[in-house]
Design a protein around this ligand. Structure first.
Ligand SMILES: [Zn+2]
Length: 242
C-alpha cells in the first residue's frame, strides 16, 4: 500500500500545539506516528510523513498538512491525534477510550477505521467507535480516503496508565494493513551478529521477507474479489500495487 501518515497539530512548545493533560498530544501523536511509519515500512509499504511542526497557526497547520498529503498518490491518509475532555484526573478505573473518525458512512476508509478502533479497544481501551464528521478539515480535503485516529484521552488517568506507544502503533498498523508486527521482529537480537542486507545464510536471513502471492490482476475489482475470498478463509491478506 501507499499511505500518508501525519501527527496532528504543531509540535509541542509551538503555537497551535495539541491537547495537554498527563501527557501531551503533539508529543505522543508524533511518537505513535514515528512507530507506525517504521512498522509500515518494515512491512514493505510506501509511507509519506505529512506532519507539520511549525505552522503559523491552526488553519495554516491544516493547510500545510493537506498540501503534503495531496502531493502523493496514496491509498489512504492517516491522521493521528489524542483526545481530551475526559477530566478524569484521579482515575475512576475506566478508560474514556478510543474513537476513529471518517468523513461519512460511505468513506472507503470506513472498514479500516473500524478495524483500527477494534484493535485499539483490544488493548483495553473503551471502544467509542467509528464516528462520521464532514467538518474535520483533514477528512474533507484529502484526495485519498482518510481516517483520523483519536488514540485515547490525555486527561484521563486510566487511559494514560494503559497507553503504550508501541502497542498503540501496532494496533493502528494492524487496522490499516491486517498485518501484525510482533515485538520479536522489530530488532535483531542484541547478541546476534548483524547480517548484511542481501546476504543469504543457511539458517535464513531474519530481515528477508518471503511473500506468498496468490494472483496478479489488471482489474482492481478482481483483486478485491480474491482478497475477500482469502479474508473469508481466515487469511490476513492485502492488495499490493506492484
Ligand atoms: Zn488533536
Amino acid at each position: 500500500m501507499r499511505i500518508n501518515v501525519h501527527a496532528g497539530h504543531n509540535a509541542d512548545g509551538r503555537t497551535a500545539c495539541g491537547a495537554i493533560g498527563f501527557i501531551r498530544e503533539s508529543t505522543e501523536a508524533r511518537r505513535v506516528k514515528d512507530a507506525v511509519i517504521g512498522m509500515l515500512r518494515q512491512l514493505g509499504h510506501t509511507v509519506y510523513d505529512c506532519t507539520v511542526d511549525d505552522a503559523a497557526g491552526v488553519s495554516d497547520n491544516l493547510r500545510q498538512i493537506i498540501a503534503k498529503c495531496n502531493a502523493h498518490e496514496v491509498d489512504l491518509d492517516v491522521s493521528i491525534h489524542f483526545n481530551s475532555g475526559a477530566r478524569d484526573a484521579s482515575g475512576n478505573g475506566r478508560t474514556t477510550g478510543t474513537e476513529v473518525f471518517v468523513y461519512s458512512p460511505s468513506s472507503a476508509a470506513r472498514t479500516d477505521a473500524e478495524i483500527v478502533c477494534r484493535a485499539i479497544a483490544q488493548l483495553g481501551f473503551q471502544k467509542r467507535g467509528v464516528k462520521y464528521s464532514t467538518g474535520l478539515y483533514v477528512l474533507k480535503h484529502t484526495k485519498a480516503p482518510a481516517m483520523l485516529v483519536e488514540c485515547c484521552f490525555v486527561d484521563d488517568r486510566d487511559d494514560v496508565q494503559l497507553y503504550d506507544c508501541q502497542k498503540m502503533a501496532e494496533a493502528i498498523v494492524y487496522g490499516i494493513t491486517s498485518q501484525r508486527v510482533h515485538a520479536a521482529e522489530k530488532q535483531p537480537d542484541a547478541d546476534q551478529e548483524p547480517i548484511a542486507p542481501r546476504e543469504e545464510t543457511a539458517i535464513g536471513d531474519k530481515r528477508q521477507l518471503y511473500r506468498v502471492q496468490v494472483g496478479a490482476y489488471a482489474v482492481k475489482g478482481n483483486a478485491d474479489a480474491t482478497l475477500a475470498k482469502l479474508k473469508a478463509a481466515g487469511f490476513d491478506a492485502i492488495i499490493v500495487n506492484a
